[in-house]
Write a protein that binds this ligand. Structure first.
Ligand code: 3PG
Length: 218
């Protein structure tokens, strides 16, 4: 099973901006207890790489990857920290090639057919569809994905997705999992609102299971 199939099992990926790596283990414990031991830690904060490293070292049951990976240097940092995967909001040739050289599972961001073709040329089998809601939502994703359906390419939509809308996305077969920051936002992490984060994670996991029976996914 590849890493992204592992993510598909959960159907939903908490997208996280964490300000202080000291919060990383408490956050992981809440996600593990909620049955959602997966996280995309975005490189939007100064401590993101340290947070990834802490989780990798101390919570091996977490499937932790890096988000907002913008260049070769970011890739190298998160690879050294032990990230299991990396994602970008957009796509560029240098970052694609660096991810391949490192052997790091990588999902670039796409929003146009040309982006998708660039991803396919680099043999990506999963791409992020970002910003999913603002770019036109599910009708846009369907229009974008259908011409490529025969390639087997899978999509990870993120951007504006919530507990209320996630099942609409998940029922479209090319969607491998959705991502969202609503489960664990940076304010709640900083304030240590672990119960609230745990409730949101449980609700998201439950919704994904109800929608597509995520346990039976590959
Ligand atoms: C991402 O990086 O994937 C998005 O910022 C998540 O979007 P959201 O904050 O609207 O959930």
């Amino acid at each position: 099973m590849n890493i992204f199939d592992g993510i598909a099992k959960y159907g939903v990926v908490p997208v996280i901006a964490i300000e202080d790596a000291n919060d990383a283990l408490a956050l992981s414990d809440v996600l593990i207890d909620a049955g959602l031991p997966v996280a995309e830690i975005t490189l939007r904060t100064g401590d993101a790489v340290n947070a990834i490293s802490e989780i990798v070292k101390h919570r091996p049951q977490m499937l932790v990857g890096a988000g907002t990976v913008l260049n070769e240097e970011h890739l190298s940092l998160v690879h050294t920290a032990g990230a299991a995967f990396a994602m970008s909001p957009g796509i560029d040739a240098a970052t694609l090639s660096a991810a391949q050289k490192l052997g790091l599972p990588f999902a670039p961001g796409v929003m146009t057919p040309s982006d998708v073709q660039t991803a396919l040329r680099s043999s990506c089998d999963i791409v992020k569809f970002f910003p999913a809601t603002a770019a036109g939502g599910i009708p846009m994703l369907k229009s974008l994905a259908e011409p490529f359906r025969h390639t087997g390419l899978k999509f990870n939509p993120t951007g504006g997705i919530t507990l209320d809308t996630m099942s609409d996305w998940l029922t479209y077969e090319p969607v491998q999992a959705i991502g969202g920051s609503w489960i664990a936002n940076s304010q709640d992490i900083s304030k240590g609102n672990w119960d609230l984060i745990g409730e949101r994670a449980k609700a998201a996991r439950k919704m994904a299971e109800k929608t597509v029976g995520c346990n039976s996914r590959p």
